[in-house]
Ligand binder design. Structure first.
Ligand code: GTP
Ligand code: MG
Length: 137
């Protein structure tokens, strides 16, 4: 597929990096198909991250993701999922390559500035969690 889903996480929003991160995304060749700024509840974060329920960091992750506003967006580019994960870098910013979004703006493995879908299937599921069919058209 040519689409992926991203969130600019609460740490990056709080730090004032929405603009810088969107610039890196568009410089990376991604087109913004849909975008919204919102503050989700802990229950909503638990639903979104259902696949991680049971992982030791699930509570910390869902608390963090509901701790402040985020930016959610659907992005379009050829090979979107893999290319976007390359642009954001490793989950742990200490292992992220130079020039990646997480290298620049993430502070820890938990507070790592951005989300990127890990498969075409999840990109569709995650995008549809935040956006209606009409908003994705
Ligand atoms: P996403 O694009 O956000 O899904 O990151 P990822 O695919 O690189 O990582 P993964 O899906 O394995 O984990 C989801 C999110 O959980 C990560 O982005 C982190 O925010 C958080 N996370 C992962 N591992 C840890 C950890 O060991 N501790 C904490 N506090 N958070 C973690
Ligand atoms: Mg993931």
């Amino acid at each position: 597929s040519n689409r992926t889903f991203t969130m600019i996480k609460p740490d990056a929003v709080k730090a004032g990096n929405i603009g810088n991160i969107l610039q890196m995304i568009t410089d990376g060749g991604f087109k913004i198909v849909a975008m919204k700024y919102l503050h989700i509840t802990t229950k909503q974060a638990e639903k979104f991250y259902e696949v991680h329920a049971g992982r030791p960091f699930y509570g910390e992750l869902t608390q963090f993701m509901s701790s402040g506003p985020i930016v959610a967006a659907i992005l379009e580019k050829e090979n979107a999922v893999a290319d976007f994960r390359k642009l954001i870098g490793a989950t742990n910013p200490a292992q992220a390559e130079e020039g990646t979004i997480r290298k620049k703006y993430a502070t820890s493995i938990g507070e790592n500035a951005v989300h990127g879908s890990d498969s075409d299937e999840n990109a569709l599921i995650e995008g549809s969690f935040y956006f209606s069919g009409l908003e994705q058209f």
